[in-house]
Design a protein around this ligand. Sequence first.
Ligand SMILES: [Zn+2]
Length: 403
Amino acid sequence: MKIIIYPTFENEFKNLKTQNRTYLLYGRIYDNFTVCHLTGVSFSKSTYPIGLLTTGTTTMEEPIITAKSLEYPYIHIMVEENLSTLKADVYHNEENKDSNIDVDIEYIDLNRLFVRIDEKEAPLRVLNKKRVAIIGMGSGGALLALYLAKSGVKEFIFIDDDHLETHNIIRHICDLDNLGRFKTLAVKDYIKARIPDVKIQTVERKFDLHTKADFDFFNSILLDMDLIAAVSGEHDVNYAINDFIHSNQLNIPVIYAGTFDGVKGGLMFKVDPRNEDFCYHCIYSKPDENGTIQTKAIPTTIELEQKISYDRTLQEQLAQPGLGLDVDNLTILLSKFCLDILLTGGEHSLYHFPHNFYMWFNRTIMKSNESSVKFEGLELYYYEDLEKDSNCPFHGTQALKIE
Ligand SMILES: [Zn+2]
């Protein structure tokens, strides 16, 4: 039997008076007692006891705490002095018991989590110091958060007011146990279960700037970010982020990403005020009186005429097998795009995205006005020299000059 010892268990064990006492034991039993995880002693917020822990040198026929509080099967672990010497009995049922089972102990060593990715070309120490805000915790935002955390980013803010619903589950990293929860908090738990020392602040509200208090609040939490990923897929949220950055003259790069036309493709673009890039308004005009949003900057396609804006109707999300895979495809590229920006300015050879605007096609799509030319599926396109829009409130001819 292998016993995995969690830091939580180790800490609680150190504080026990190890004098001939029996405690309730918490953790998990897997695969017919092949592996046991020990997470705590005598108290646990969320689990039932899996057995008993007896400390000291007294050998007893039966533990003081009776098995009445436990359900079969359970384990009884006896520790004489320290955790390096222990024996285990397994009670399968009332008649059936295995005594003095050989135990192999393993301590969880969090220092080994990132051992294999700390290489010169992908400097972990640089990424460890980066702070990323992710606005939108849907299937794309959640996966982006996970990939960045697994790549070594140690500090996050998640912003979303949405809850996990049944129809989300098939594409989202979080499972049925999280139904009804805020996506921010469910994703936080998912990531911390894998990388416990990641710092994650969550904000369960929509990113909007209706009042000065909204502005002051988001200003206070986002001021020190190294990157903002705008992945809500909602134009109004993206306009608010764009206005927030530009009217406040913050030098924080923002990546906007979304999908279109039932996730036939996705787009992602970088707006870095430090480079005097175009902005969200330059790409997408404010909606006109009919609610139509125009884009002059992005080349459209026959199939995508009028549709090259974010599109994620519920019906399409429910109807399409493979939709989650299409979202994930884009999110993998988006994660690499984000890592490139976080590592900009230092030496690395991880990923390089030299352009500001990329489109990814999951399907083959006809190009506009050129019916014989197609965008091939599974390819990444970039567009150079997208121009600032003359009607942009920040970059157009009528732009207010901020002194
Ligand atoms: Zn602009």
